[in-house]
Design a protein around this ligand. Structure first.
Ligand code: AHG
Ligand code: MN
Ligand code: MN
Length: 335
């Protein structure tokens, strides 16, 4: 039961029994994410002060420049989850391959794997615009006590047991689901505690905001172009408002509160779009569905897609149910 002034720590303990596997392992896992989030938050907040901004000189597996805070956030999340001996494997957008934990210890009984986008919206760091962290949690499918394999990571999104994000915004929030609705917690930076501020978050069924990088319009498929024109048409409650931050976490967060649709379609330049199925789309799709919203690639439910590789990309349309369904209708009609 949620109540006023409840801290995230209290919420995790009180809701542990409602989760179908009650070993406490998942609670400990969410607790470590909470801890890593606070550490990364501290660093993100002083990004303008210290010499931590700017490219680290490396490129990640997708060939993108890595920023120093990406590396920092990646290290902190991996360290926290590894040191506390809570998961059996981690996959990260910033790592070429998955990480196996505890494979030397025959007694390790950890059941969960975590997939993370440690710093989402990293191009916004240098300009003091909100960034985030996205996480996705599955139970392993291979036997407990053995080293994890790629099979443990390549699961459909519908198999997720928990997912969430941290948004390092005007205030820092941790928003997550364990399959029983979505709850948002706001950090009080003075005392380093997250408080339940947004219980039972829901996407409004309809919205008036569309979020897409319209600079790529010329490269979009016809269905998306037609839907964008529909959003801009003078009719009923349209034209809609266009809002695009360029941090998926922040765009999603705003749209969930106000009602809206986020789109990162495929284009003639990127045949699968840009966003990663495992680190970005599946966790956001799980949150969206738990909050009465919808997520699709234009034709198929995101969480029904069977992944074939760790860093797979997929077109992504997500947000208020009626808006996503309308966009899908345009996609079908353009076929
Ligand atoms: P990341 O910083 O983890 O690489 O993700 C950035 C993603 C997403 O957060 C954002 O919505 C999108 O890329 C922005 O891409 P464009 O600059 O192409 O619009
Ligand atoms: Mn990202
Ligand atoms: Mn990232």
């Amino acid at each position: 039961m949620s109540r006023q002034n409840q801290t995230l720590g209290e919420f995790i303990i009180e809701n542990q029994s409602s989760f179908k596997y009650t070993s406490g392992e998942l609670s400990r896992l969410i607790n470590s994410i909470r801890l890593a989030a606070k550490v990364v938050n501290h660093e993100v907040n002083k990004a303008g002060l210290v010499d931590i901004i700017g490219a680290a000189g490396d490129t990640n597996i997708q060939g993108e420049d890595q920023q120093k805070l990406d590396v920092y956030a990646n290290d902190k999340f991996i360290q926290t989850l590894t040191n506390r001996n809570i998961v059996c494997g981690i996959a990260s957008e910033e790592e070429d391959d998955f990480i196996t934990i505890n494979s030397q210890d025959e007694n390790h009984q950890n059941k969960y794997v975590v997939l993370i986008d440690p710093l989402d919206g990293s191009s916004n760091i240098d300009v003091n615009v909100s960034v985030g962290t996205i996480f996705s949690i599955y139970r392993r499918v291979t036997p407990v006590g053995t080293p994890v394999t790629i099979k443990d990571f390549l699961q459909k999104g519908s198999q997720q047991v928990a997912a969430g994000y941290v948004v390092y915004g005007t205030s820092t929030m941790l928003v997550y689901t364990t399959g029983d609705g979505v709850n948002g917690f706001t950090l009080n930076p003075a005392i380093g505690t997250f408080y339940l501020s947004h219980p039972d978050m829901q996407f409004p069924e309809d919205g008036k905001i569309y979020s897409v990088n319209e600079g790529n319009y010329i490269h979009f498929p016809k269905g998306i172009k037609d839907y964008i024109k529909y959003c801009q048409m003078e009719e009923g409650d349209r034209p809609y408002t266009s809002r695009y931050i360029g941090s998926l976490v922040s765009d999603f967060h705003r749209n969930m509160i106000k009602g809206g649709i986020y789109m990162y379609p495929k284009s003639s330049k990127n045949s699968d779009g840009k966003l990663r199925l495992l680190y970005e789309c599946n966790p956001m799709a799980f949150l969206a569905e738990q909050a009465n919203g919808k997520a699709s690639d234009g034709f198929t439910r995101i969480m029904d897609i069977m992944p074939t590789e760790l860093h797979q990309r997929v077109p992504f349309i997500c947000g208020s149910k009626n808006m996503v369904e309308k966009a899908e209708e345009f996609m079908r009609n353009a076929q």
